[in-house]
Design a protein around this ligand. Structure first.
Ligand code: SAM
Length: 245
């Protein structure tokens, strides 16, 4: 009897090439959730310094300010930031919108959540912080007008799982905004350290559509602190009621 090695579903694809009738690929398994949680608990005390060094806060503010959907968001619209880390994306949105009610941030790592709470307190931002896994969010269907995630979905064996779950908690007509690691030198270095997916804009749009989102677009991140070199900004909308599958 032939015994095959068990291959985890949808692993991180490092290389995939076609040579005539041959298809050669090298893949790497995505780290288990528990391992990710521990890694981010360990890095949490240094995360804000990393964000400052890469000027990611300014870049997040610029990318949100340039987004048409965000610009049209009513000031009391409920917003969720998934895998919020120390809260850089949440804070950027909070500042752009002038301190609205109804923003929530969630993360898998307790140390990241503590750091986010401290950052929100320091900025006087009333943003709730919850424990939450992006593939099983602790929120009711259709709750948020905007659901965001920056540099989180690429950690999952299948990013579509996360996008579909973000779509579930977003109301019909609401927006899902995702920043993912771009394929390129910077992205490959991040991949080597964290075993993350890297995406091209085409791949990003394809996975957004696979998650059931419509009016999908991709654009480069602002060229601040190298974020453009390492990120793709993806936007999509939950189909209006009736059109939803
Ligand atoms: C690269 S950091 C990005 C943090 C933040 N979004 C930012 O841009 O600064 C990834 C974050 O996602 C969180 N994370 C990883 N897997 C997650 C999951 N399955 N559900 C929720 N959060 C997750 C980590 O704990 C970490 O805080």
């Amino acid at each position: 009897m032939t015994v095959y090695d068990p291959i985890p579903p949808l692993p991180i694809r490092i290389v995939a090439r076609r040579f005539g009738g041959w298809h050669v690929s090298i893949t790497r398994a995505a780290p288990p959730v528990q391992h990710l949680k521990q890694s981010y608990d360990a890095v949490a005390p240094r995360w804000d310094r990393i964000m400052r060094r890469t000027d990611s806060r300014a870049a997040y503010r610029a990318l949100l300010a340039a987004d048409v959907g965000v610009a049209r968001l009513p000031s009391d619209a409920p917003v969720l930031d998934c895998g919020a880390g120390t809260g850089a994306l949440s804070l950027a949105l909070w500042k752009i919108r002038g301190g609205p009610q109804g923003q929530v941030a969630c993360d898998l790592s307790a140390a990241m959540r503590d750091a986010a709470r401290a950052a929100f307190r320091a900025h006087g931002a009333r943003i709730g912080v919850d424990a939450g896994d992006i593939t099983a969010l602790p929120y009711a269907d259709d709750r948020f007008a905007l659901t965001m995630a920056a540099h989180v979905c690429e950690h999952l064996p299948d990013p579509v799982d996360a996008l579909a779950e973000m779509a579930r908690v977003t109301r019909p007509g609401g927006q899902v905004l995702v920043v993912m690691t771009r394929d390129g030198l910077a992205g490959r270095l991040i991949q080597a350290r964290w075993a993350t997916h890297v995406v091209t804009p085409d791949m990003g749009r394809a996975i957004m559509r696979q998650a059931g989102l419509t009016r999908v677009t991709s654009r480069a991140a602002p060229a601040i602190g190298g974020l453009a070199r390492r990120s793709v900004v993806l936007s999509g909308y939950v189909p209006d009621a009736g059109a939803r599958v």
